[in-house]
Design a protein around this ligand. Structure first.
Ligand SMILES: [Zn+2]
Ligand SMILES: [Zn+2]
Ligand SMILES: [Zn+2]
Ligand SMILES: [Zn+2]
Length: 441
């Protein structure tokens, strides 16, 4: 069987005195992205920045993600520029609501499902820049693995996914050791173990605060939500599903310790962050151990795939095989397509996805009823992100035309308000942020 060649030399993890070196408390790329990211709104809504460009980015992404929407809603000092950028975005989007579904721009905006928050896109670009020297290091003959050890799982995957097979295998083998040593340290219940595990998971423990999960409440009724004047009904139902998941996770851990953790444990960065915010140290340790063991399994699987691919590459080709490339000898070895970052199934993401699909089906069935349409007509309507989710599955022309007309009118009103006034607690610029991509408020 083909084996990954010798391990590269280790430069950073231990000091020469025999004492373990002080490890940073966070992934360097996470910290770098956060530092650059704090100035994103300053750059995007600077007085010298193009309002049209900002509006185009907002229209393409259908607004900012929940985290960036919340952050932007505190930027009262930039209210005027934000209002102008959202006005420009509305000017682009509103006419498309009346386009036929075969119109290419309408399809791209409402039917593609590939909406990416502009601030998250900028963060990805920063991360790619910061990861370039680490990746180039692995392409050299003496990679300094110490740099790789300081990456969180997400950034390690981004870095390793674009390496050729051999260095990717070496990098994964090394990172597997890092994950295993973090798991062992976590089992010893040392403070350093928790700090190391949270760095690997890309979490910042300083963000921990006791978030009251509150008593269980009856599920919100669709008809009540439809008429709410300031909320998107689907946002509310998905947020309720998340609150329930967090409550179930917490209460099952209190009653059964880690025995049934696999039923509720999150794995994705966003939902592990929610557990960090709960501020329950024992629960966070159990979740971190669960996620690290999932990462361990994924890394082992990736290594096995690489070893198999390398072995296959060395097999002689069958006589009947003809390469499609004409000039094989002159072509330089190309960098492989990036490997999709594999993540174990996150129970919280599943809970949210199920809630979204159920809420969408329920919403569409209400829209077939005239009373349901009247209620929505009195209420806020959908955020644009959920409108884009509902429109492709709204079957009848009546429902689709009603939703297009209603939201088109809402956008025109908002556009007029944005031009009239900027300040105030219920200012239209804050309403614009919410109208594009709602969140629980
Ligand atoms: Zn990171
Ligand atoms: Zn974002
Ligand atoms: Zn919504
Ligand atoms: Zn998740």
């Amino acid at each position: 069987m083909y084996e990954i060649s010798e391990r590269p030399r280790v430069l950073a993890p231990h000091s020469t005195t025999g004492r373990p070196s002080r490890r940073p408390r966070r992934c360097g790329v996470c910290a770098g992205v956060e530092q650059v990211g704090t100035t994103y709104f300053e750059r995007a809504f600077d007085e010298h920045a193009s309002v049209e460009a900002a509006g185009e980015a907002i229209a393409d992404g259908l607004g900012f993600c929940e985290a960036h929407s919340r952050a932007l809603s505190f930027e009262a000092g930039r209210a005027t520029r934000v209002a102008r950028a959202f006005s420009a975005a509305i000017t682009r989007i509103e006419p498309l609501l009346h386009q036929s579904v075969v119109d290419e721009r309408c399809q791209r905006l409402f039917f593609s499902g590939r909406h990416r928050c502009p601030a998250c896109t900028a963060n990805d670009a920063t991360a790619a820049k910061l990861l370039t020297p680490v990746r180039q290091d692995w392409l050299g003959s003496h990679p300094s693995v110490g740099r790789t050890e300081l990456l969180c799982w997400h950034h390690f995957q981004s870095m390793a996914g674009r390496l050729l097979l051999e260095p990717r295998g070496q990098a994964i083998q090394r990172y597997l050791d890092v994950v295993d040593s973090a798991s062992q340290a976590l089992q010893q219940r040392a403070n350093a173990g928790m700090v190391r595990a949270s760095a690997l998971l890309g979490q910042d423990l300083r963000r921990a605060w006791a978030e009251a999960s509150g008593p269980s409440t009856p599920p919100p009724r669709m008809r009540t939500l439809l008429a709410m004047p300031d909320r998107c009904p689907i946002c509310e139902i998905v947020a309720d599903a998340k609150r329930n998941w967090l409550r179930d996770l917490s209460s099952s851990f209190t009653r059964y310790s880690a025995e049934y953790l696999w039923l509720f444990a999150p794995c994705c960065h966003r939902h592990v962050s929610d557990v960090v915010h709960l501020g329950d140290r024992a629960l966070l340790e159990a979740v971190a151990a669960f996620v690290l063991s999932g990462i361990h399994s994924r890394l082992k699987q990736q290594l096995a795939d690489i070893v198999r691919d390398l072995a296959l590459a060395r097999e002689p080709k069958p006589v009947w095989y003809r390469s499609r490339r004409r000039n094989r000898d002159t072509a330089a070895p190309s960098v492989p397509a990036p490997v999709r970052a594999l993540a174990p199934r996150c129970r919280a993401c599943e809970a949210e996805a199920i809630a979204l699909e159920r809420a969408t089906a329920h919403f569409v069935s209400e829209m077939h009823d005239e009373q349901g349409r009247d209620l929505l007509g009195m209420g806020h309507g959908l955020c644009l992100s959920h409108l884009a989710h509902v429109l492709p599955v709204a079957p009848s022309a009546t429902v689709r035309a009603f939703l297009s007309d209603l939201h088109s009118a809402r956008l025109r009103d908002l556009h007029a308000n944005l031009a009239l006034r900027a300040g105030g607690p219920s200012a239209p610029w804050r309403e614009a942020i919410y109208r594009f991509r709602g969140w629980t408020r």
